[in-house]
Write a protein that binds this ligand. Structure first.
Ligand code: GTP
Ligand code: MG
Length: 598
């Protein structure tokens, strides 16, 4: 898609004086740094409104103790854009309120209900106590904002800003609510290593362990709401410069593979601004906005992000630690949103990344085993320091997810369809070209036939390690578009074809030594899981086994685990046996020799 020149709207020169969408400069100064976050769930009956995805998401949640395969009697699945739109609309009816932690829930809700019925709410602790309140009607938010005042300043000066991030202050002496009127809290963070250890050790099977891990780590309903609300609040801030903009979340916050604590990727979408400008052109003339032209799209992106970065830093309520990383391949602004506790990465017009998120959403929704397997592989990689939150030569979560998808395309019968198959099922309305790249995908998931494959998660995990422990990385590229190994087009140690920009490698950053560590650990893990077959400790012994032993050896080191991991001598013997058999076989499985040397 050809990008048009930047459009700056009249009035954008003076963002500090604007009140856009009921928001603008009129709020209190940033709050203090956040640490651990807890959610308090509502305990009273809620008012019901139509049109939420919450109930549906809960219904679709995978049960922790069972293996589900692609079942045929599932309710119809929502498209990615339907979910996005519903969540976005939900966030627009919501406010984020910093309140005293002794507030009476009943009084708080009664006070807010003056502005209209409340659909749902929850409390959570960050560095402070917060409530997310979703009204049934957007008008209620406007009514609340109209009755909200700018804080009176003491020794500090406030930069006034009007937004949906509010502060609830008791009038007069604060009255402590009775204990029973405070809402119940539930943890907003992944479980501690110790709790995880206990949960995994007391599981009934490896399948049960994988499902438990997913249940404990997946984004909760509240966390998901908070992510969309945070984007909506940032949109209000960005709208001071770009009134028609949209801030869209992408990446693991929306692609079904998010883990509690993952970052919040978002991008500034200015397409609506451009669409409106083209729609208005009628008659004999064409009227255009005066704009500032710059030499390239990249420079335009850098300038927009630079301005937004400054604005978030100086004026954005709750935005701290703003870093402008403008010389990266994909320029971005990174900051912490204190009240939500999210680390945010803001880019612009990243439509291909949004399409990648849709692709992963489709794969994550098609078969319940996919999310469980991806979650375990991501946790395994993190536990063994194969991935890191710091950018570097390590494998990323995105690359790992692509590897799991590719592996599941190789099963017999395949568990996941290839991208070409998803494209072949698309109709005219699904057609999508972004910046010259064909990003067409079938959007209606109900059109895709569930897999007939009934393999267990335990088998799949073992086979995943086995498959990539023996993959010919020196020769072959991973390609989910065609679902088969292909010759590598270059000498990068790990080559995973970008699904939409096919000339790019999503794992270009990975160096040979990181790849070798991945291969070694995959082989050890495959070996370990194979040795464990039929040799499990009794649940009462509290001995780590299966996934617990793979992930949590540092928490509860056990002689049993140490004994089970192969010694250097056994490993080299094992490798020589494998490499001999690989060389002498006709290689019908497509697996190649073990070496990862280019
Ligand atoms: P987390 O580690 O949980 O944050 O996973 P993530 O999937 O959100 O990864 P990340 O935050 O690194 O990137 C966000 C999104 O950007 C990904 O989901 C992809 O859609 C996209 N992305 C990341 N890296 C690449 C890449 O190398 N190439 C392409 N095309 N897209 C990428
Ligand atoms: Mg991310």
């Amino acid at each position: 898609m050809r990008r048009s020149p930047l459009t700056f709207w009249p009035g954008a020169r003076l963002p500090l004086t604007m009140a856009v969408r009921g928001v603008g400069l009129l709020t209190r100064s940033p709050l203090c740094a956040q640490t651990r976050t807890r959610i308090r769930c509502p305990t009273f009956p809620r008012l019901r409104c139509a049109g939420t995805v919450a109930a549906e998401l809960r219904r679709d949640e995978q049960p922790s103790g069972s293996v589900e395969t692609g079942s045929k009697d599932k309710p119809s699945k929502k498209t990615f854009s339907e979910v996005q739109e519903e969540r976005r609309e939900q966030a627009q009816r919501s406010v984020l309120i910093h309140c005293p932690n002794t507030v009476s829930e009943k009084k708080f809700l009664k006070y807010l209900s003056q502005h209209g019925p409340i659909h749902t709410h929850f409390f959570y602790e960050s560095f402070g106590f917060y409530a997310v309140v979703e009204f049934c009607q957007k008008d209620s938010v406007d009514s609340l904002l109209n009755r909200t005042q700018t804080p009176a300043t003491g020794t500090e000066a406030a930069i006034p800003f009007r937004s949906r991030f509010l502060y609830l202050k008791p009038k007069g002496p604060s009255s402590h609510a009775a204990k029973q009127s405070l809402a119940r809290s539930s943890n907003h963070l992944p479980p501690s290593k110790r709790k995880l250890f206990e949960l995994l050790c007391s599981a009934e099977s490896v399948d049960d362990q994988l499902n438990t891990l997913l249940k404990e780590f997946q984004l909760t309903e509240e966390n998901t709401r908070l992510r969309y609300l945070t984007c909506s609040l940032i949109e209000d801030i960005a709208a001071a410069y770009f009134p028609e903009c949209t801030i869209r979340p992408f990446g693991s916050s929306v692609n079904t593979f998010g883990k509690l604590g993952c970052d919040l990727d978002m991008f500034l979408d200015l397409d609506e601004t451009r669409r409106l400008s083209t729609q208005k052109s009628r008659g004999n003339f064409l009227m255009e906005f005066q704009v500032k032209n710059v030499p390239s799209e990249r420079i335009a992106t850098q300038k927009i992000l630079s301005v937004l970065g400054e604005f978030l830093d100086h004026v954005g309520p709750g935005c701290v630690g703003v870093q402008k990383i403008l010389n990266a391949r994909c320029p971005l602004v990174r900051f912490s949103h204190q009240a939500s506790g999210f680390q945010c990465d803001l880019t612009t017009n990243n439509r291909i990344a949004l399409k990648s998120s849709e692709l992963l959403y489709i794969y994550g929704t098609l078969d319940t085993r996919v999310r469980a397997l991806v979650c375990s592989v991501r946790c395994w990689a993190r536990a063994l320091s194969l991935t890191s939150s710091i950018p570097g030569a390590w494998i990323t979560n995105f690359s790992l997810t692509m590897m799991v998808i590719f592996f599941l395309q190789q099963r017999s019968p395949p568990i996941l369809p290839t991208l070409d198959t998803l494209r072949a099922s698309a109709d005219e309305e699904d057609k999508c070209i972004i910046e010259g790249n064909n990003c067409t995908l079938v959007r209606d998931l109900n059109k895709i036939k569930p897999s007939e494959n009934t393999e267990t998660l335990e088998l799949l995990l073992k086979e995943f390690f086995e498959y990539f422990g023996n993959f010919a990385f020196n020769k072959n590229s991973i390609n989910i578009r065609q679902g088969r190994e292909q010759n590598k087009p270059d000498s990068s140690p790990l080559h995973i074809q970008n699904p939409f920009e096919t000339s790019l490698n999503v794992s270009k950053n990975v160096n040979q030594s990181q790849l070798q560590r991945f291969v070694d650990l995959a082989r050890e893990s495959a070996w370990f899981l194979q040795q464990e077959d039929g040799d499990r400790p009794s649940p009462s012994s509290r001995q780590p086994w299966g996934l617990a032993a793979l992930l949590l050896q540092t928490v509860a080191p056990s002689k049993r685990v140490q004994k089970k991991l192969p010694s250097e001598r056994i490993k080299s013997l094992l490798e020589s046996v494998k490499s001999n058999s690989t060389q002498s076989s006709t290689n019908t499985s497509g697996k190649q020799a073990l070496s990862t040397q280019p």
